[in-house]
Design a protein around this ligand. Structure first.
Ligand code: IDP
Ligand code: MG
Length: 154
């Protein structure tokens, strides 16, 4: 099953929105397979945000991501990366649709509450960057019969 990485960023921790983020992903029908709180350092941020390291906003982004602990989560679901990006909303929260996490709760592009993997391949890469195999849990989710058709559960 496809996996995707979510980070509740320092602004979500400060504003008490971690529960809201988890709630939205849970009620969508996604399966939580890993979760931990940690403080990010420069090496992991440079790797995670490799595509942005040369950009003008990177220095501010790194400083912000180190400003308090974050909560990282691995979620699983059929074609979950794309569905999660739709729930999360546009990078600039002022342009994000109402009903999305960023659209409902954020205003600043550099304070957009949440990271979500942007493709199936980056989901796979990012989940293994933040979690060891031992930290990822395999279990049956009884609700799946009511969430998916049989061919979507494989
Ligand atoms: P995404 O988080 O929606 O995938 P990316 O383009 O991958 O957006 O950018 C990664 C993160 O870098 C954003 O979530 C945001 O926190 C920050 N960022 C991106 N563009 C800007 C900008 O123009 N100014 C400030 N921060 C930015
Ligand atoms: Mg991105």
């Amino acid at each position: 099953m496809e996996r995707t990485l979510i980070i509740a960023k320092p602004d979500a921790i400060q504003r008490g929105l971690v529960g809201e983020i988890i709630h939205r992903l849970e009620r969508k029908g996604l399966k939580l397979i890993g979760l931990k709180m940690l403080s990010l350092d420069e090496p992991i941020l440079r790797e995670h945000y490799a595509e942005h390291v040369e950009k003008s906003f990177y220095e501010g982004l790194e400083k912000f991501m180190k400003s308090s602990p974050v909560v990282v989560m691995a979620w699983e679901g059929f074609e979950c990366t794309n569905s999660v990006r739709i729930l999360v909303g546009a990078t600039n929260p002022r342009a994000a649709e109402a009903g999305t996490i960023r659209g409902d709760f954020a205003m600043g592009t550099g304070r957009n509450l949440i990271h979500a993997s942007d493709s199936k391949a980056s989901g796979q890469r990012e989940v293994s960057l933040f979690f060891t195999d031992d930290e990822l849990h395999s279990y049956d989710k009884s609700e799946y019969n009511d969430i998916y058709e049989p061919h979507e559960r494989d």
